[in-house]
Write a protein that binds this ligand. Structure first.
Ligand code: CO
Length: 134
């Protein structure tokens, strides 16, 4: 059911420093920081030949990644994102298998303008999983 790895997201305390490290030290192509107030994060994408890395910095008072960074002050891997051909079919299949879909269970428009869902990390070996409509 799942297809390509769309991205790995890393929560960072300082997105400018994180972007500079990937651009200058690792020699990657890095986008400009983009505030996403609806999601409570500022995002940078690092474009690799086979996937992307997404750096996330908290934005606003109740950012959904604030708690994660409080527990991991130097940052850390926050989620992995897999592409699916049909996000509603994927959701229904996962729910039938007992997986918990976060929020109200309805896809929201994610950072790439496509519908996304998140799955409870306790159901996936401690890893927050994002599904994105391919
Ligand atoms: Co993501």
């Amino acid at each position: 059911m799942i297809g390509r790895l769309n991205h790995v997201a890393i929560a960072v305390p300082d997105i400018a420093a994180g972007a500079a490290q990937y651009r200058d030290t690792l020699g990657a192509t890095v986008t400009e920081p983009t505030p996403q107030p609806d999601h409570g994060v500022t995002v940078v994408f690092i474009e690799l030949p086979n996937t992307k890395i997404e750096l996330l910095e908290p934005l606003g008072a109740d950012s959904p990644i604030a708690g994660f960074l409080a527990k991991n002050p130097s940052g850390g891997i926050h989620h992995v994102c897999y592409e699916v051909d049909d996000i509603l079919a994927a959701r229904d299949r996962l729910k039938a298998a007992g997986a918990r879909v976060l929020g109200d269970g309805e896809p929201k428009i994610g950072a790439h303008g496509k519908p996304v869902l998140f799955l409870h990390p306790k159901d996936f070996n401690g890893t927050l999983v994002e599904l994105e409509q391919a």
